[in-house]
Design a protein around this ligand. Structure first.
Ligand code: SAH
Ligand code: SF4
Length: 339
């Protein structure tokens, strides 16, 4: 607006149309002068995501595949509260930050797909607004935990989170906004310097270096010892707890030694461990650990005073894991009648 010689208040008016009302045309923005609307339409044409596919799980989770203007596809997941949670107000949207991902994690369908490009701020917010409209309910929580590595698209992700958090736009409290990273050290440091109280989650998945190197091969040069130091720095600066995500994979990272390594990684860290069941990805060798193993880990960690949650997989009947649905669509493995 400044560049166009407009007063400052026009910027928030425009943002409210785009991100508050999810307007798809400048013509709708009736409190902007007609000449400005015409100028904007010519200089900054609006583009929107289009819905390609939607799957509805038995637990109420909905998974969307959207097409970007250039034909690339992204996934978004909306998770309402389960009946056990008894929190009808809760609606969590998990959005993607990149098309594909360069990190190549061995267990991840997105990792197998490789990296195509970063998503723009608008493409990220559009996923959240489109899911909100489809669910007919206000989004209460947002997680940057879909496809892609948020800290490899840092500036755009932060700008999107600020729109989500803004008191005149999506109005979602910073503590209800989570960013999940595979452990990109410069990103953790940058986040520690931001004024907002966003929640940080780190995909740990192994606390033994050789196992982590197998599961997350591109993280080799950002080892666990440095990760721990960076997390200690983050906690010291922000006084906030960090979530450690740990996918339990049968026979790979779920043994006694792995548990001992996780316990020692958590020592001196203000951390909360989230134990997650692996969603088996087609043609992958990895299988989830048994529920008994998960509960054994939970009780052992809690016995050592490490706060631990066992998370249920949501939407596993609709190709819940990151990247799965899109890959199934592109290989035509989904039956259209199920949609
Ligand atoms: N790149 C970021 C955020 C996107 S991945 C990160 O890695 O944290 C989001 C989460 O999905 C991560 O915790 C990731 O480890 C997990 N994930 C990937 N593949 C999975 C699978 N097959 N089953 C269950 N979770 C998976
Ligand atoms: Fe990328 Fe996260 Fe998947 Fe790893 S788990 S490949 S970092 S999206």
């Amino acid at each position: 607006m400044e560049e166009m010689g407009q007063p400052k208040f026009r910027a928030i008016q425009l943002a409210q149309w785009l991100y508050g009302h999810h307007a798809s045309s400048y013509d709708d923005m009736t409190n902007l002068p007609k000449s400005l609307r015409e100028e904007l339409a010519a200089s900054h044409p609006l583009s929107a995501l289009s819905l390609i596919d939607k799957q509805v799980s038995q637990d109420g989770t909905r998974k969307y595949v959207f097409s970007c203007e250039d034909g690339h596809r992204v996934e978004t997941v909306a998770m309402p509260a389960t009946s056990a949670q008894k929190d009808g107000e809760r609606l969590t949207v998990c959005f993607s930050t990149q098309v594909g991902c360069a990190m190549g994690c061995a267990f991840c369908a997105t990792g197998h797909e490789g990296f195509a490009r970063n998503l723009s701020v608008g493409e990220m917010v559009d996923q959240i607004l489109s899911a909100q409209e489809d669910m007919g309910q206000r989004v209460s929580n947002v997680v940057a935990m879909g496809q892609g590595e948020p800290f490899l698209n840092y500036d755009a992700v932060l700008a999107a989170l600020r729109i989500v958090n803004h008191p005149k736009l999506l109005k979602i409290g910073a503590r209800r906004i989570t960013v999940s990273t595979c452990g990109i050290l410069p990103g953790i440091e940058l986040l520690s310097q931001e004024p907002e109280q966003f929640t940080l989650a780190v995909s740990l998945h192994a606390a033994r270096q050789p196992i982590r190197d197998i599961l997350m091969p591109h993280m080799e040069n950002q080892p666990l010892s440095k990760l721990k130091k960076e997390l200690q720095n983050y906690i010291r600066k922000t006084d906030r707890r960090v979530t450690l995500e740990y996918l339990l994979i049968d026979g790979i990272n779920d043994g006694e030694e792995d548990l001992a390594a996780l316990t020692s990684f958590c020592a001196g860290l203000l951390a909360h461990v989230n134990l997650l069941p692996l969603n088996a990805v087609a043609s992958s060798y990895f299988q989830p650990s048994s529920p008994q193993t998960m509960h054994f880990w939970q009780s052992e960690l809690e016995r050592r005073h490490i706060e631990t949650t066992v998370r249920k997989s949501r939407g596993s009947d609709i190709a819940g894991a990151c990247g799965q649905l899109k890959n199934m669509l592109s290989s035509n493995k989904l039956d259209n009648e199920d949609h």
